[in-house]
Write a protein that binds this ligand. Structure first.
Ligand code: GLU
Length: 449
């Protein structure tokens, strides 16, 4: 662990004290504070008026009860969350996660990361995150609908296109956004398209939003590779996960000439040395909603499934962790380095542990942190808000072109900021500082609020 600047040490201590038992939140704050020492050495005024303390404290945290009935008529109670972290740059913006691991600390870490990520996009969006400890696995469509409606019945009072604009995250995709939008519309009697993003195309969604996080991470990594004079062409690439982010990462990597050798879900991973058959993955995950183990069974020779274990044991040139937080540990990073990994781009939020990041950086592996590399999803959400506000709908090509420009700009901003602060090639430092400076400038201008 890097030692913190003496002005930042008490801020970290207070975050620990005030947010006990929230290790993921501590991890996310610590990583940013480790980068800020260099900023306040240059610009001590950024530490004035408790600005950094204010950035570490969410503006509002909402926790609520979500009662719902299953198909047999049994009543269940889940807990719902929305952490409205920072609105200096625009309305709170960030996804909703449905997963049994969700608690206030997880949502807080995600909201904190989201604030800097959204700032990096250069678009007018603040940071927030929400979710529930509801487990959608194995639930029928009708159960999912009733849960989404109950969740939105409470959440709706805190939202608005100028207030807070949720979207999807783990366990929340087009189907869930549709049910939530329907309930919001019914409750408010307003067709307020800009209140949610990730909507279906038939009711105000944006083309390329579904693809955006995965495509964006691929553009970010492509820019990192280009800075060292190389490209995806002919590279072996492992993508953990098999959800929305992973699927569209694989699609874009393949179109740039990379070969996907492995992907996974929370039960295990598959290896396919001939290159993963993406249509089959889409069929299993998007249509049948089954486990990735089905892949090896349906594909037959040339591929195999490993239950449990770590996808990072598979040798690859580029690793794109796109499953969940802390999925790639120090041990995994050592194995990847031993097998010659060249670049890492985080599609998920905080998938690499602090140890893993240190091992990559010490080994000279290019490392694109999630808050920069996976910003394409939320950036395209902001483009969806733009289309909704102007009652317009852009083509796929137009939208993807904007996404590509945004991602290449984020890459260049992170690289230039790292250079400016004396740490060339350190995208973690570049992302943290560039995101912080943008939020901090706006917060100073708005006074102590
Ligand atoms: N959940 C995504 C993220 O982590 C997208 C958020 C959004 O589109 O608002 O950035």
């Amino acid at each position: 662990m890097t030692k913190l600047d003496e002005k930042l040490e008490p801020i970290m201590a207070e975050v620990f004290r005030r947010n006990a038992a929230e290790p993921e939140f501590h991890q996310a704050v610590r990583e940013v504070l480790e980068s800020l020492g260099r900023v306040i050495a240059k610009r001590p005024d950024y530490a004035d008026d408790a600005l950094i303390e204010r950035i570490c404290e969410p503006e509002r945290q909402i926790i609520f009860r979500v009662p719902w009935q299953d198909d047999k008529g049994n009543v269940h109670i889940n807990r719902g969350f929305r952490v409205q972290f920072n609105s200096a740059l625009g309305p709170y913006k960030g996804g909703i996660r449905f997963h049994p691991s969700v608690n206030v600390g997880i949502i807080k870490f995600l909201g904190f990361e989201q604030t800097f990520k959204n700032a990096l996009t250069g678009l007018p969006i603040g940071g927030g995150k929400g979710g529930s400890d509801f487990d959608p696995k194995g639930r029928s469509d009708a159960e999912i609908m009733r849960f989404c409606q109950s969740f939105m019945t409470e959440l709706s009072r805190h939202l608005g296109e100028y207030t807070d604009v949720p979207a999807g995250d783990i366990g929340v995709g087009g189907r869930e956004i549709g049910y939530m939008f329907g309930q919001y519309k019914r409750l408010t009697n307003r067709y307020e398209a800009g209140v949610l993003t990730g909507k279906g195309l038939s009711y105000g969604g944006s083309r390329a939003r579904k693809e955006a996080t995965g495509y964006g991470n691929t553009y970010f990594v492509d820019s990192m590779l280009a800075s060292r004079g190389t490209s995806f062409d002919g590279k072996r690439v492992s993508v953990s996960g098999s959800g929305n982010v992973a699927i569209y990462t694989m699609e874009k990597v393949m179109s740039l000439g990379g070969r996907i050798v492995a992907c996974s879900d929370s039960n295990g991973y598959i290896v396919d040395e001939n290159g993963v058959d993406l249509d089959l993955v889409k069929e299993i995950k998007e249509v049948r909603r089954e486990r990735i183990s089905e892949y090896a069974r349906l594909r037959g020779t040339g591929s195999h499934y490993i239950a449990g274990g770590s996808i990072w044991d598979v040798a690859c040139d580029v690793a794109m962790p796109s499953a969940t937080q802390n999925e790639l540990t120090g041990k995994d990073a050592k194995m990847l380095v031993k097998n010659g990994v060249f670049a890492v781009g985080e599609g998920a939020n905080m998938p690499s542990t602090p140890d893993a990041i240190r091992i990559f950086q010490e080994a000279g592996v290019m490392f694109g942190p999630g808050k920069a590399a996976n910003a394409g999803g939320v950036a395209t959400s902001a483009l969806e808000m733009q289309q909704n506000a102007s009652r317009d709908s852009w083509t796929f090509e137009q939208t993807e072109a904007r996404l590509e420009t945004i991602m290449r700009n984020i890459h260049d901003t992170c690289a230039a900021t790292a250079d400016e602060y004396g740490a060339p090639g350190d995208y973690v430092l570049g992302a943290n500082i560039a995101g912080f400076v943008r939020v901090a400038e706006a917060m100073r201008a708005l006074g102590v609020i």
